[in-house]
Design a protein around this ligand. Structure first.
Ligand code: PNS
Length: 164
């Protein structure tokens, strides 16, 4: 059956930082399911369908990666996939407290599921979807931070917002 890991997130939108973690997870596990879940602390810019499309496009070269959306608790989704591993990226300092808390809560919910943290690569260690959205709102260049198709979608999203 092989090893399977779930890479969860809100991916609003997917950045080079996310892709780096997904690629590295795909080298370690036989199969990686990228799961878009809702984060109750965030109001997304992109619809679920848009985020699914973008993730599907940017991971299409990775044969052992699939993309899905899920509702409810992450651990329930992990179990439903027959997986026991969650893989998340960890950037210096800012992620630690929240990710630690989530990791602990998820372990309380299901001790059979292990959370693995991959240290973010240094070139992406300051990158986040929220910074990318902010840059896009100011019309700044996004090429360093997101794949070209995602940059296009961000530009289109903010152009349509300005028309409202
Ligand atoms: O990319 P994000 O926003 O940091 O991802 C966070 C996400 C979506 C993985 C997290 O909010 C999550 O797991 N949501 C599903 C609900 C859940 O299981 N919460 C943890 C226990 S309260």
């Amino acid at each position: 059956m092989g090893t399977k890991a779930i890479c969860p997130g809100s991916f609003d939108p997917v950045t080079h930082g996310h892709l780096d973690i997904i690629r590295r997870a795909a080298r370690t596990f036989d199969h990686v399911v990228v799961a878009i879940l809702s984060n109750p602390r965030k109001q997304p810019l992109f619809t679920l369908q848009e985020r699914l499309e973008m993730l599907g496009e940017v991971t299409s070269d990775l044969p052992n990666v699939s993309v899905q959306s899920a509702e409810g608790l992450l651990v329930d989704f992990v179990r439903s996939q027959g997986a026991h591993a969650i893989v998340k990226g960890l950037r210096p300092i800012q992620d630690f407290e929240y990710e630690w808390q989530m990791g602990m809560v998820n372990r309380d919910l299901d001790p059979e599921i292990e959370t693995y943290f991959l240290m973010s690569s240094k070139e992406y260690s300051y990158l986040s979807s929220s910074i990318v959205r902010e840059l896009a709102g100011y019309g700044a260049s996004l090429d360093e931070h997101v794949p070209p198709r995602v940059a296009e979608r961000l530009r289109a999203k903010f152009a349509s917002k300005q028309k409202l």
